[in-house]
Write a protein that binds this ligand. Structure first.
Ligand code: AMP
Ligand code: MG
Length: 439
């Protein structure tokens, strides 16, 4: 793994006291490598896990050409022969899904066929049942319940090849079905099942330890002394980390005391792949968090050109032969969430070997003017809804202070105002990142 120093020294315009968001993310990405460790699990248990191998289809899916409709299978040569008029075909038998049949209709003949049944030899088209009419008085011969009847339909009711699913059209044998790095979704479990695959190799779960720092913090259940606040960051972190399906190690509140901080960081480092702290990383803070972090490893302290969430520590700490990645997040509750979503989330995905595209940004109209200075990225909390004219528009959630957690709770998106961007006038387009899928 490259050291932080070697990555940073390659940057020409590195300024840790005004680091653009994008540059911080580039540094983080370069320092991180996926954890090793692979487990084999049954496909039901593989939901939300990261696939550790490419899965190649061992079979053709579907295994045979088959019908997509209930109707009659026939050769499209009959359509050309009818030349836009009517087609009349004698029905020689019935093909049901899941059974083999030796029905081979000749010219002028059809097979009654059910959805999913194997296409008879020589047939390439299925006319759906509802477009056909029975021909009365057709003779009766042996060969199943439909045999001996005849059906009639307009030749232009169907085109050659319609309503037939081709062998291998879903997945051809030998073709990649899923790639390693895929975070398995419900459709993927079904896809694996359709290939007859019972178990897959996935990466082991990431272990993430986290704690809050600050003498003013009280835990739920404790009396709220004068000047104190309840620790909320550990709960938002719990929620955000749960959504990433990592193993959580909640280490509680740690006092602003050098020995307590060192013990907590060492224990976190020895038990987890990544450590997330909140609070104590601002400049001029009267606590020891920064000092102890720096003593335990290769850690840098950034002031990121963003709002909210300016101070952040990032690096790698070591204790008794164990290493862990460290994210020292700001203390303010909104800043914790914003820095988590815009730095930590992608970093943890990278560590778990997950190949996840960055969340999409949508361009929508801003319902009102927004003040903003160029030179920093802002993540305002927005509510995206349809305006009076039916078009999507976004409005901010009122108070945008980095301590106002209600702004996150009320919002359904971030309004992402880019580094170079200035103010926004009412009606101007802005980019939003939906919480849905992110949270
Ligand atoms: P700090 O970064 O430690 O200076 O904290 C900045 C602000 O966030 C202060 O007002 C803290 O009281 C508040 N804060 C820090 N940690 C937490 C926490 N775990 N829960 C709620 N508020 C916090
Ligand atoms: Mg503090």
């Amino acid at each position: 793994m490259p050291s932080l120093q070697s990555v940073i020294s390659c940057l020409s315009d590195y300024d840790p006291s005004a680091l653009p968001v994008e540059q911080a993310n580039r540094i983080i990405a370069e320092v991180i490598e996926p954890v090793s460790g692979i487990e084999q699990v049954a496909i039901r248990s593989a939901l939300d896990r990261v696939l550790a191998e490419d899965v190649v289809s061992p079979i053709d899916v579907p295994a045979h050409d088959n019908s997509a409709m209930d109707g009659y299978a026939f050769s499209s040569a009959a359509l050309q022969a009818a030349n836009g008029g009517e087609v009349t075909l004698r029905v020689i038998g019935t093909a049901l899904a899941g059974e083999t049949h030796g029905l081979t209709p000749a010219a002028g003949e059809a097979v009654r066929i059910m959805t999913g049944a194997v296409m008879p030899v020589g047939c390439d088209t299925v006319i759906p049942q509802e477009f056909t009419q029975a021909v009365p008085g057709a003779g009766s011969e042996s060969g199943g319940e439909a045999a001996g009847e005849a059906v009639r339909f307009a030749a232009d009711a169907v085109r050659a090849g319609d309503n037939r699913r081709l062998r291998g059209e879903d997945l051809a044998r030998g073709k990649p079905a899923l790639n390693q790095g895929r975070v398995l979704q419900p459709a993927d479990l079904g896809l694996l099942a359709s290939l007859g695959i019972a178990e897959v190799k996935v990466r082991r779960r990431l272990r993430v330890a986290f704690f809050s720092t600050g003498d003013e913090l009280r835990s739920i259940g404790e009396p709220l002394d004068a000047g104190c606040v309840y620790d909320s960051n550990r709960y938002t972190l719990h929620g955000m980390l749960r959504r990433l399906h990592v193993e959580l190690i909640d280490m509680g509140v740690v006092r602003d005391d050098p020995a307590a901080l060192e013990a907590a960081l060492r224990s976190a480092c020895e038990n987890a792949d990544a450590v997330i702290t909140s609070g104590g990383v601002s400049v001029g803070e009267a606590d020891y968090t920064r000092q102890i972090m720096a003593e335990l490893g290769d850690v840098t302290f950034w002031k990121i050109a963003m709002r909210p969430g300016r101070p952040m520590a990032f690096g790698r700490i070591a204790s008794n032969g164990h290493q862990a990645l460290l994210f020292g997040l700001p203390g303010n509750p909104v800043a914790v969430m914003v820095t988590f979503y815009h730095f930590v989330r992608a970093a943890l995905h990278r560590m778990m070997g997950a190949d996840i595209a960055p969340p999409p940004l949508m361009r929508v109209r801003s319902a009102h003017a927004i003040r903003k200075k160029p030179g920093r990225t802002e993540y305002q909390r927005g509510i995206l809804a349809r305006g009076a004219d039916g078009q999507w528009e976004v409005r901010i959630t009122g108070q945008q202070g980095s301590g106002v957690l209600r702004s996150m709770s009320e919002a359904n998106c971030f309004i992402v105002l880019g580094h170079e961007q200035g103010g926004v006038a009412a009606g101007d387009p802005v980019e939003v990142m939906l919480f849905e899928g992110l949270l």
